[in-house]
Structure formats: structure tokens, C-alpha cells
Design a protein around this ligand. Structure first.
Ligand code: TXA
Ligand code: MG
Length: 321
């Protein structure tokens, strides 16, 4: 199959309507989309990504009215759910809710819950709105690999496996949406992301999620987001010793000046010490460093407040093997 990169929305809608896959930009990362109500189309996502069938997908709604057709809103949690939707939709925010019958089992991997989101990306919104059907869309990378934040990254991951990638330049946030489950008027954060713990705690108590509960969402497996080069976390590059036989790449945060013999190459997540900029650069720099055939990538820890917690979450998984 020939994979085309273009800005052709009409072609995108046509392909989706006939049950084909299209990679689309969202405000977080690129997604690999299929008509969520067409099981055969959704099965193609699992094939293209080599994703295990037990890993459920996020359903992206055309608009807020679709929420009630896809998910049940339990009476006790309804107000909280609607408040969160009002505040964070459209945006980088996903809620796991009891599912409606309309949602095929393949989308939720047989779970009785469904993850729903409303994307704020203008092109995504236009295409899903025109289609007027929800889109199942995981990140547009092969399973377990670094998410794609540009059309080119999607091509690197899925060339020959999908017909079309819609290009809208680099994505805004650079890391995937925050995922929460709502239970008994409390919020459980299943995946950290652009909407922070601090922001959510204004709406309800936040409960911590145990490791076994997390495994029910395989995106939470410890070794997700893996570059092929080994990655190690350090506090500061200044203390990293000069290397003689190894080529080491540095993913820097602190702005400290490391020994010039220590690193073959350096990518600085943000010159301004800005966590938003760091998140937006994270996957691109990991990919660039991974492509250099280095012996090791070392990444400086970022402060774990606000968005930094979501960045550290990705770095910890990327360094886990
Ligand atoms: O920003 C994003 O969320 C991107 C864009 C494309 O929307 N999508 C994304 O999808 O990151 P994906 O499939 O790469 O990650 C979704 C995560 C997976 O870890 C999956 O296990 C979890 O959401 N998930 C989906 N449905 C779930 C459910 N019913 N219960 C628990 N976790 C669920
Ligand atoms: Mg993913």
C-alpha cells in the first residue's frame, strides 16, 4: 500500500467513511483513526499498529451530543462528569466511563468501560464533524514505541500500512491526553498528561491508582514509549563522567554545562526552562537521538510538578527495560 502525506480533508473523510484508516493530527500527538462504530475498520488499527487486542482504544466524539450515545453517565457522577467536560473539552482530556451498547467490543477490548475524548485540533474537529461518526484513534505509532508528533514520524512508523496521513505540522502539546476514570465522585488519574493533577484537584478528590489497576490499561505498562537505544535517567549532566569508548546522547533539562567529552550530541528540552515547551519537544528529540545509533541516551530528570509529572512518567517508562 502506498502511504500519502497530504492536507486533503475530503479524501480523509471518504477513506474513513469506507472503513479505511487515516492518520490525523490532534492537539496532543498524531492519532491513527478509524470509524469507531465499524468493527472491521477498527480491527485494521490493531493490525497496522501490531497492537495486542487486549489494549482498548480512545473514542473521539464529533461533538458533545455524542457523549450520551457512547457512554453512560451514572447518576451519582453525572454532575462531576459534565463539569469536567465543560472545563476541559475540547482538549487533551480523556474520561473512562461505562460504555453504551453501540460501542463495538473490539474498541474497548471487551471492557464494560469506554475512554472518550473531544479533540480541540481544528483539522481533526473538521474531519470528525464532517463524518459525524465517532473515531477510534490510538497514537499513530507501532505498539510500545514513541508517539508521533509530526506527519513524518507517522510515516516512519506506519509507511506502507495506511493509505493517508493528514499533515498539520507538529502537534501542540507533544504528549498524550490525560486519562481519568470517575468513580464514586472521585477522580482516578490513569495516565498523566497536559491536564494536571493540580487542575483536576479543583473538581474532586484525586485517588491514587494501584499498579494492578493500571495494568488493566496496557498503555500503562512499565516499558511503554521505548526508543531502541538504552535510556538512563540522571539528575544532572554536570556529574556525568567523560566517555572514551561510548557515544552518549544527552536529553537535557537543567541548562547545566556538561563536560564536552561526555556527550556526542545534546538536545535541550527547553532553553527557557518551560515545561510546556519541553513536553512539545520530548518525543521529537527522543526520536532524533534514537536515530543516531548511539550507545546510550541519558535524560536529565525534570521537576515533577504540573506538566513535569507527565514528562517524567514518559521518561521513566522509556528508561524501563
Ligand atoms: O492524546 C491521546 O490520548 C492520543 C490521541 C491520538 O487522542 N491517543 C492515545 O491513544 O494516546 P492510545 O491508544 O495510544 O492510548 C490510550 C490509552 C491506552 O493506554 C489504553 O489502554 C487506555 O487509553 N484506555 C483506553 N480505553 C480504556 C478503558 N476503557 N479503560 C482503561 N484504559 C483505557
Ligand atoms: Mg499510544
Amino acid at each position: 500500500m502506498k502511504t500519502v502525506i497530504s492536507t486533503d480533508r475530503v479524501a480523509a473523510v471518504e477513506l474513513l467513511r469506507k472503513g479505511d484508516l487515516v492518520a490525523l493530527p490532534t492537539e496532543t500527538v498524531y492519532g491513527l483513526a478509524a470509524d469507531a462504530l465499524n468493527s472491521i475498520a477498527v480491527a485494521k488499527i490493531f493490525e497496522a499498529k501490531e497492537r495486542p487486542r487486549f489494549d482498548p482504544l480512545i473514542v473521539h466524539l464529533p461533538n458533545r451530543e455524542w457523549l450520551r450515545r457512547i457512554a453512560e453517565l451514572p447518576a451519582g457522577d453525572r454532575q462531576l462528569i459534565l463539569k469536567l467536560a465543560d472545563k476541559f473539552w475540547p482538549g487533551p482530556f480523556t474520561m473512562v466511563l461505562p460504555k453504551c451498547k453501540l460501542v463495538p467490543d473490539i474498541v474497548t477490548a471487551g471492557l464494560d468501560t469506554v475512554a472518550v475524548r473531544l479533540s480541540a485540533h481544528p483539522l481533526f474537529a473538521e474531519i470528525v464533524g464532517e463524518l459525524d461518526e465517532p473515531l477510534a484513534a490510538p497514537s499513530a505509532n507501532r505498539f510500545g514505541r514513541v508517539s508521533a508528533t509530526t506527519a513524518r514520524h507517522v510515516l516512519d512508523e506506519l509507511d506502507g500500512r495506511i493509505p493517508l496521513i493528514v499533515d498539520a505540522g507538529p502537534t501542540e502539546h507533544g504528549i498524550e491526553s490525560t486519562i481519568v476514570a470517575i468513580r464514586d465522585s472521585k477522580i482516578a488519574i490513569l495516565r498523566r498528561g497536559p491536564i494536571t493533577h493540580e487542575q483536576l484537584s479543583e473538581f474532586a478528590d484525586i485517588v491514587s491508582v494501584t499498579v494492578t489497576q493500571r495494568i488493566s490499561a496496557p498503555g500503562q505498562l512499565p516499558s511503554h514509549y521505548m526508543p531502541t537505544t538504552p535510556l538512563r535517567l540522571i539528575d544532572s549532566a554536570e556529574a556525568f563522567p567523560p566517555q572514551t569508548n561510548r557515544r552518549v546522547g544527552l536529553l537535557a533539562w537543567s541548562g547545566a554545562s556538561p563536560s564536552p567529552q561526555a556527550f556526542a550530541t545534546v538536545r535541550n528540552l527547553s532553553d527557557r526552562g518551560d515545561l510546556r515547551e519541553a513536553a512539545a519537544n520530548l518525543f521529537r528529540y527522543l526520536r532524533e537521538l534514537d536515530a543516531l545509533g548511539l550507545d546510550l541516551i541519558v535524560a536529565e530528570r525534570v521537576p515533577s510538578r504540573g506538566l513535569g509529572a507527565a514528562i517524567m512518567d514518559r521518561l521513566e517508562r522509556a528508561s524501563h527495560r
